[in-house]
Design a protein around this ligand. Structure first.
Ligand code: ADP
Ligand code: MG
Length: 353
């Protein structure tokens, strides 16, 4: 909890945590909580590659953009595929967070969560982008670490704990003990892959061509990883691949569960695989404390139940599962002395040591 003094000081030094997710970008500000929560989309002018819209306005153009505009997801697969675009996005976020304060204050200190699989070059790119986007100091933290802190896991303690963060492009699994990661896994199978599974399923089973936004909608609406108490049916619109004409098909939750089952199995196998490599003493801890799931993909209906049944450990969903990384990244600066060990070091030219 913030003391009134901390709160007051917080008004004069802006500390912000950024979750640069593959699907959603969030910003948390000390003393205020989440101030920005937008899809990680940028619309750019095709000819000049100049960014014209960021966030939800860019996502609205997704899959229906006019010819001269490109809609990009700069972090799509958990890598920084478009440096300039990522920089533009960070710029937009930092200045927006900065604008929301009502007193003139120095430039913010920023902690950015990055996928644990990223290369040294990509880390450097995010760091540089944060500085050139207006940060006074910039720090990087691996997303599963930030997620665990945000979810309130006791990462500093001897007792082991485990996080499974399922995002859009990547799933990150990490087991902690004594303030460090003991075992981790990062795979490029998460929510987006399930959307692609659904597109594929509709194509092969129903001759219906649908876009990813529709697939995502169906997944969130009736997707599941475990039989539902009441299975459901929904109409899905697309283009019939045989006639080439618009068409509508009734699809059941049972079919969607089958469509995404391959991806769900991969997530389960990744968790099993991480547990396989975990020292027995830590396994005993995890049997006590359970496995915490975070990220948007973890909200798939029945996923905690299914995971729990498969690995024989209690699995629970973090409170406010989609904001854990941003809140965790923001908290690091509040408790800098204790948590700085968990930050990512840059190999050369880093300004924060
Ligand atoms: P990232 O950290 O990669 O930006 P998020 O944690 O924001 O990702 O999660 C985004 C993913 O979560 C998307 O694939 C989205 O479809 C999925 N998602 C969000 N809500 C739900 C839900 N209720 N059920 C299933 N998937 C969901
Ligand atoms: Mg994430």
């Amino acid at each position: 909890m913030l003391s009134p003094l901390d709160y007051f000081l917080g008004l004069f030094s802006l500390d912000i945590g950024i979750d640069l997710g593959t699907a959603n970008t969030l910003v948390s500000v000390r003393g205020k909580g989440i101030v920005i929560n937008e899809p990680s989309f940028v619309a750019i002018e095709r000819k000049t590659r100049r960014p014209i819209e960021v966030g939800s306005r860019a996502k609205e153009m997704w899959s229906k953009n006019p010819r001269d505009i490109l809609v990009v997801r700069p972090l799509r697969d958990g890598v920084i595929s478009e440096f300039e675009v990522t920089e533009a996005m960070l710029h937009h976020l930092i200045s927006k967070a900065h604008e929301q304060t009502w007193v003139p204050i120095p430039r913010p200190r920023v902690v950015v969560g990055i996928p644990s699989g990223v290369t040294e070059v990509e880390k450097r790119a995010v760091f540089d982008a944060a500085i050139s986007a207006g940060a006074r100091e910039a720090y990087l933290i691996e997303e599963p670490v930030a997620a665990a802190i945000g979810a309130g896991l006791p990462v500093q303690e001897t007792r082991g704990s485990m996080i499974v963060d399922i995002g859009g492009g990547t799933t990150e699994v990490a087991i902690f003990s004594l303030g460090g990661i003991v075992i981790s896994r990062s795979i490029r199978v998460a929510g987006d892959e399930m959307d692609e599974d659904i597109v594929q399923y509709m194509r092969t089973k129903h001759n219906l061509l649908i876009g990813e936004p529709t697939a995502e909608h169906v997944k969130i609406d009736i997707g599941s990883a475990f039989p539902l108490p009441q299975e459901q049916v929904r109409p899905v619109k697309g283009r019939n691949l045989v006639t080439g004409l618009p068409s509508q098909v009734e699809v059941s939750s049972i079919e969607i569960r089958e469509a995404i089952s391959g991806s769900v199995d991969i997530l389960i196998d990744t968790v099993k695989d991480a547990l396989d490599d975990t020292p027995p003493e830590l396994i005993a801890d995890l049997m006590e404390s359970g496995i915490c799931m975070a990220g948007g993909g973890s909200q798939l209906r029945g996923l905690t139940e299914r995971m729990s049944e498969e690995v024989n450990i209690r699995v629970w969903l973090a409170e406010d599962a989609m904001t854990c990384v941003a809140r965790g990244a923001g908290r690091v600066l509040e408790d800098y002395n204790n948590l700085r060990r968990l930050l990512v070091g840059l190999e050369r030219g880093s300004t924060h040591h």
